[in-house]
Ligand binder design. Structure first.
Ligand SMILES: Nc1ncnc2c1ncn2[C@@H]1O[C@H](COP(=O)(O)OP(=O)(O)O)[C@@H](O)[C@H]1O
Ligand SMILES: [Mg+2]
Length: 249
């Protein structure tokens, strides 16, 4: 399971994460909601080891291993995966080669080309992605929705133990949303967990999270069951007043 204890993270001189406490047990899907600028992407980037984020103090362990001591590629081999809020375009790197290289790196070359090709075909079919994407540069000229599907395709190929999806649902139409949610559910098992960062109740209708956490001012201000998403939908984040903060953990 993922365990985050009192995590403080700076960007430059500014403290963005101000004591995050969060647990995501194996086999569970947790949603992370919260106003723009509350630090959700900062948390995701910090978990993956983005060099622009200074870990000031706190602990992050996954299966008992200290994640913060690991390089980004070691984190990926441990089974951590992140779908970016804003996937970047990488001209000259073909999607097929990128996926094959990433798969080889994470699986230490143990997946045969035959099996890889078959899995890739199946994953693309489930995401309703045309084969022609494979011969294009990664994300280059992809629409917003296509980029998000390409992120989920990477997730299906890499089969992480923990997938952090940073607003993967933003900019997706309802059909694409359903497909993406199906992708996440395909991986569901006792050895898979997911932290789904979102603004919208809609994807949660498809994913049925075990728990919802509301982020506010760089920490988890409120945690609860799926009903919390409905309350946020109805009342907005203004319900996160000082009075509700005592409910934290
Ligand atoms: N790389 C960065 N450089 C400067 N400021 C940053 C950077 N990343 C995040 N921040 C700041 O940290 C705060 C939280 O941002 P972010 O984590 O993206 O929030 P959220 O994902 O919840 O919308 C914002 O005020 C943002 O401007
Ligand atoms: Mg964000």
């Amino acid at each position: 399971m993922l365990l985050i204890k009192d995590l403080h993270v700076n960007v430059g001189d500014i403290e963005i994460l101000q004591g995050v406490n969060l647990e995501v047990p194996d086999g569970e899907i947790h949603a992370l909601m919260g106003p723009n600028g509350s630090g959700k992407s900062t948390l995701a980037n910090s978990l993956m080891g983005h060099p622009g984020y200074d870990i000031v103090s706190g602990e992050v362990t996954f299966d008992g291993k200290n994640v913060l001591d690991l390089t980004v590629d070691q984190r990926a081999r441990l089974g951590l995966f992140m779908a970016f809020q804003y996937p970047c375009e990488i001209p000259g790197v073909g999607l097929r080669e990128f996926l094959r290289t990433a798969s080889d790196a994470v699986n230490k070359g143990k997946v045969s080309l035959w099996d890889f090709t078959e899995e890739l075909g199946n994953a693309m079919e489930s995401l309703q992605m045309d084969d022609s994407y494979l011969d294009r540069s990664l994300n280059e000229g992809f629409s917003g929705g296509e980029k998000k599907r390409a992120e989920i395709l990477q997730m299906l190929i890499l089969k992480p133990r923990l997938a952090i999806l940073d607003e993967t649902d933003s900019g997706l139409d309802v059909d694409a949303l359903r497909i993406v949610a199906k992708g996440v559910r395909t991986l569901s098992s006792s050895r898979f967990s997911s932290l789904v960062i979102t603004h919208y109740q809609r994807i949660l209708d498809y994913l049925e999270p075990d728990k919802i956490h509301i982020f506010h001012n760089g920490k988890v201000a409120l945690s609860g069951g799926p009903e919390l998403a409905g309350e946020i939908d109805a009342h907005g984040y203004s319900m996160l007043t000082e009075e509700t903060e005592y409910l934290t953990s």
